[in-house]
Design a protein around this ligand. Structure first.
Ligand SMILES: Nc1ncnc2c1ncn2[C@@H]1O[C@H](COP(=O)(O)OP(=O)(O)OP(=O)(O)O)[C@@H](O)[C@H]1O
Length: 235
């Protein structure tokens, strides 16, 4: 994916990130144009739009820019980003790989220490996978894999979580519970969700994406049902 900056995208002191007038494309395929988007600490921003609108494209661009700037960001990618042959413990442990040296990590991946097992047990309990840490990820259901990716993000910690449809594979009640758990643990959230009710319940700001651009970016309490319906109307 490439980014063209039409205007200066200088982040203001109160902002975590800013894009100004940017275009996001894959090779010659332009996905989003004229993107003005900022993220401030403490915000809970949800991206809404039809499949293929460009939500993942924007989330990935935000993650890349923050990571390049050295920010600690926990990510739940759409395809989970798990290592299927390894256990739940190993995958969750990997959320904090960059906190430790290679030797410590290698030792723990081969023969996990009790202290690390206990640390990983906590996020697993939060997502309802306690007791399953030895199970290999390839043997899990879609919802269990997604909860493993959420546990890895919770284990990683920090103040910011970016999640690309992070609860799409679990039932409505479980999704609301899990989003509540991450909202309690991360100060700043940027999520792509397809459940509009869930989006309204968690977001302080909703960003609508359609026809290759951001069509609205407003505080949740002033986003109307019509604003949202327009995003999903067939062409
Ligand atoms: N690696 C890529 N190479 C080329 N085109 C891509 C690539 N990734 C995404 N696209 C295209 O970019 C557009 C936006 O995709 P994106 O995944 O950002 O949409 P989305 O809103 O997240 O969709 P969904 O809700 O289905 O996940 C789509 O037309 C898609 O085909």
């Amino acid at each position: 994916m490439s980014t063209d900056t039409a205007m200066s995208g200088v982040t203001q002191p109160h902002e975590t990130l800013r894009f100004s007038g940017e275009t996001f494309s894959y090779g010659r395929k332009v996905v989003l144009v004229d993107v003005d988007f900022s993220l401030r600490p403490g915000e809970r921003v949800v991206l809404l739009g039809r499949s293929g609108a460009g939500k993942s494209t924007l989330l990935n661009a935000v993650y890349k820019k923050l990571a390049e700037g050295g920010a600690r960001v926990s990510l739940v990618p759409q395809e989970h980003g798990l290592v299927p042959q390894l256990s739940i413990f190993h995958n969750v442990y990997m959320g904090r790989l960059d906190d430790r040296g290679a030797v410590y990590n290698l030792a723990n991946l081969v023969w996990p220490m009790g202290s690390e097992r206990r640390r990983v047990a906590e996020p697993l309990k939060i997502v309802g996978l306690d007791g399953l840490e030895r199970q290999s990820v390839e043997s899990l259901s879609g919802g269990q894999k997604q909860r493993t990716a959420l546990a890895r993000a919770i284990h990683r910690g920090g103040s910011m979580l970016i999640g690309d449809e992070p609860v799409s594979a679990v039932d409505v009640q479980q999704a609301a519970g899990l989003i509540g758990e991450v909202a309690r643990r991360f100060d700043t959230l940027l999520l792509a969700l397809h459940d509009v009710e869930l989006a309204r319940s968690v977001a302080t700001r909703i960003v609508g994406i359609a026809d290759g651009r951001i069509t609205f970016d407003r505080s949740t309490d002033v986003v109307s049902d019509e604003d949202i319906d327009v995003l999903y109307r067939g062409r």
